[in-house]
Design a protein around this ligand. Structure first.
Ligand code: PAF
Length: 285
């Protein structure tokens, strides 16, 4: 695997790949790779001649220095996984390679409206950090395809909007959330859960699933009551709820009686760990 830390060397490599008409697939990550990332890499291999994985723990998208510092760093283990999966190129720049003039006055990319609601309201500035780094990676790597997980559903919609509105010629491919047998979504943050929290964490998805089933059974009626009951249940189990609501899955706006494709988005705390998850519901008349 070719490990590239430097933008200049990356650009040289990309130039060569483009000259040889190689189809490039980019899997952007912040490292601490798990099964979800591996599935994205395997998918990328189906689409691309060359798969580039980026590992960059992007300080711009963290709300606090503490959260940034706490983010698990497992570079050696990540390299082992990437070699095993026969990834051709790893791009893993240092912070000052990406933000040579610091973060404060750096040019940023903002996708309005979608970035300020739900998760964006709970974490001001988070999505500006995400969209800025994703644009930088797109500009540097010029991939034909880029791959994102559906667990970060709002992030995925924001990136799709950004690609469309900034005229990137990149196809965004998404992959359904990869879960442990107990339903818990794979996430780098799971490592921060203590043993009791690990036992409780699967209740999040179980509760979302149950709420979805009830909403479907009720043919879209009494949605608010179902959501309120689910919230109460999670609170009883020891979760602190930031977000647990239902939205229009295309716009992330409020649902109406006519909404057919809706989604439950959840963002909760278990102790000091923030967990997010979601599930879509399709309503028939
Ligand atoms: O989803 C993530 O891991 C990050 O938000 C991303 C897309 C790699 C940008 O830093």
């Amino acid at each position: 695997m070719n490990i590239i830390k430097n933008i200049h060397l990356l650009e040289k490599e990309i130039k060569e790949l483009k000259k040889n008409n190689k189809v490039i697939g980019l899997v952007p990550t912040m490292g601490n790779l798990h099964n979800g990332h591996i599935k994205l890499i395997l998918l990328a291999k189906k689409y691309a001649d060359v798969v580039i994985v980026s590992i960059f723990i992007n300080p711009m998208q963290f709300n606090s220095l503490l959260d940034f510092k706490k983010y698990p760093k497992t570079f050696e283990q990540d390299c082992y996984i990437l070699r095993k999966e026969k990834v051709e190129i790893l791009f893993c720049p240092e912070i000052n390679e990406i933000y040579p003039n610091g973060l404060k006055n750096n040019t940023y990319v903002d996708v309005p409206k979608l970035s300020n609601i739900i998760e964006g309201r709970a974490r001001p500035g988070h999505f500006i950090g995400v969209t800025t780094i994703v644009c930088k990676l797109f500009n540097l790597i010029q991939p034909n395809f880029s791959f994102f997980g559906e667990k970060d559903y709002q992030q995925l919609l924001i990136i799709k909007k950004l690609v469309k509105e900034l005229n990137y010629r990149i196809k965004i491919i998404s992959l359904p959330t990869i879960r442990l047998p107990n339903g818990l979504a794979f996430s780098s943050r799971n490592k921060n859960l203590n043993s009791l929290e690990q036992k409780k964490a699967p209740y999040l998805y179980k509760t979302i699933e149950q709420a979805c089933n009830i909403i479907v059974q009720n043919k879209g009626k009494k949605i608010q009551k179902t959501i309120d009951m689910s919230r109460q249940y999670l609170i009883k189990k020891g979760f602190y709820i930031d977000i647990f609501s239902v939205y229009n899955s295309k716009t992330l706006g409020p649902i109406s009686k006519k909404s057919k494709s809706i989604i439950i988005l959840a963002s909760v705390w278990l102790g000091n760990t923030r967990l997010i998850d979601n599930k879509k519901i399709t309503l028939k008349n």
